[in-house]
Ligand binder design. Structure first.
Ligand SMILES: CNc1nc2cc3nc(NC)[nH]c3cc2c(=O)[nH]1
Ligand SMILES: [Zn+2]
Length: 373
């Protein structure tokens, strides 16, 4: 058990990297996908089931947890790991992104963001300082800087102004985080789809110094083409010896393209959220289980998948429980999707070790049909 936070690069294939992040609560194999446990639960999953899918680390949302049940309450009850019965590493976001998308009556100033809770209308303020306090109360292992993420498309000046605010907030986050051995603070690169602003942000963050570096400001409506154009240069601007975390990504082909371009960690609600809407992701494409054509289909979602849904149930059954609104529908489809995502990450880690990432990517693209299967 290590008392420190460290990142060890084990192999590289082109710009794709394989490594391990060591934390006091366990190791994270990279490239890693983090399931999202927004309100102290990965929806429709028991923690032991999340672990069974192969996930090493979860993401928790500061915005949701500070409003309900409250960070002080979680601290009093022993911290987020104890509270949600997850003993492995947890990364918490800093709240800024969700305040801007979920809260009401937001007011953004140099100090931070004041807002009303979407839960009960109560007034709150998030700033670099309060976000660091909240994430400390939650007890997360990887803490994210408090930043501002502009929606794209946006003009150059707006992106520049927002990025520079986020860099001032990164310094304040670093100062407020203090010295917490075994806990990590990640900076978040901003700069939209403007290469020189991305470079300015990367330099500013390295000046301050962080344990890892996130690529923020993407997956905000720009589309995969622009996202990949930014990922063709942004990861390389960040220190090679620290983890690179792409926030909010994504569909399986987004993830493969991001790992190819040097990303080490990702998180996304897609596999869990789409599981609840009847959308299954498989190596051969998507299965929309609510479609009537599955009503008599005795086959599993994916013959090659070893998850409980594919091992024990037919498409006909999954179609039935989805159409009937049965709770097991969300359980089985979420489990399958998270299992598939983790299998994808494991295959990429193996391919990078074997120096066969290009062959993996070619096979990944060849197997997938664009439409439903
Ligand atoms: C916590 N800070 C922070 N979170 C984010 C979450 C995101 N989630 C997406 N797409 C689903 N893009 C994101 C960007 C950021 C970002 O730039 N900053
Ligand atoms: Zn499956």
């Amino acid at each position: 058990m290590t008392e420190r936070f460290s990142f060890t690069l084990e192999a590289a294939d082109g710009r794709a990297r394989k490594g391990v992040i060591s934390t006091p609560r366990g190791e994270i194999r990279t490239p890693a996908f983090m399931p999202v446990g927004t309100a102290a639960t990965v929806k429709a999953m028991m923690p032991e089931s999340v672990a069974a899918t192969g996930a090493d680390i979860l993401l928790g949302n500061t915005y949701h947890l500070m409003l309900r049940p409250g960070a002080e309450r979680i601290e009093r009850l022993g911290g987020l790991h104890r509270f949600m019965n997850w003993s492995g590493p947890i990364l918490t976001d800093s709240g800024g992104f969700q305040v801007m998308s979920l809260a009401e009556l937001r007011k953004l100033t140099e100090e931070g963001v004041t807002f009303r809770s979407h839960v009960d209308g109560s007034r709150h303020m998030l700033s670099p300082e309060t976000s660091m306090d909240i994430q400390r109360q939650l007890g997360s292992d990887i803490v994210m800087c408090f930043d501002e993420c502009p929606a794209l498309p946006a003009d150059h000046d707006r992106i520049a102004e927002s990025m520079r605010l986020s860099m001032r907030w990164a310094q304040r986050s670093r100062d407020a985080f203090g010295d917490r051995p075994g806990h990590a603070l990640f900076g978040i690169q901003q700069g939209g789809d403007v290469e020189d602003l991305r470079g300015e942000s990367a330099e500013a963050l390295q000046e301050i110094g962080f344990d890892g570096y996130a690529i923020g400001g993407l997956a905000v409506g720009e589309g995969q083409k622009i996202m990949f154009q930014v990922l063709d240069y942004a990861p390389g601007m960040l220190p090679a010896d620290k983890p690179r975390y792409l926030m909010g990504v994504g569909k399986p082909d987004d993830i493969v393209g991001a790992v190819k371009r040097g990303v080490d960690m990702m998180d996304c609600v897609l596999p869990s959220r789409s599981g609840r809407t009847g959308q299954a992701w498989t190596r051969r494409g998507q299965v929309n289980i609510k479609n009537a054509r599955h009503a008599d289909d005795p086959r599993p979602l994916d013959e090659a998948c070893t998850c409980p849904a594919c091992t024990n149930y037919s498409r006909a059954y999954l179609h039935h429980v989805f159409r009937s609104g049965e709770i097991i529908s969300s359980m089985l489809l979420t489990w399958h999707n998270l299992h598939y995502y983790q299998e994808l990450m494991a295959e990429m880690r193996d391919a990078i070790s074997a120096g066969s990432f290009d062959a993996f990517e070619a096979d990944f693209n060849a197997q997938r049909s664009a439409g439903d299967i």
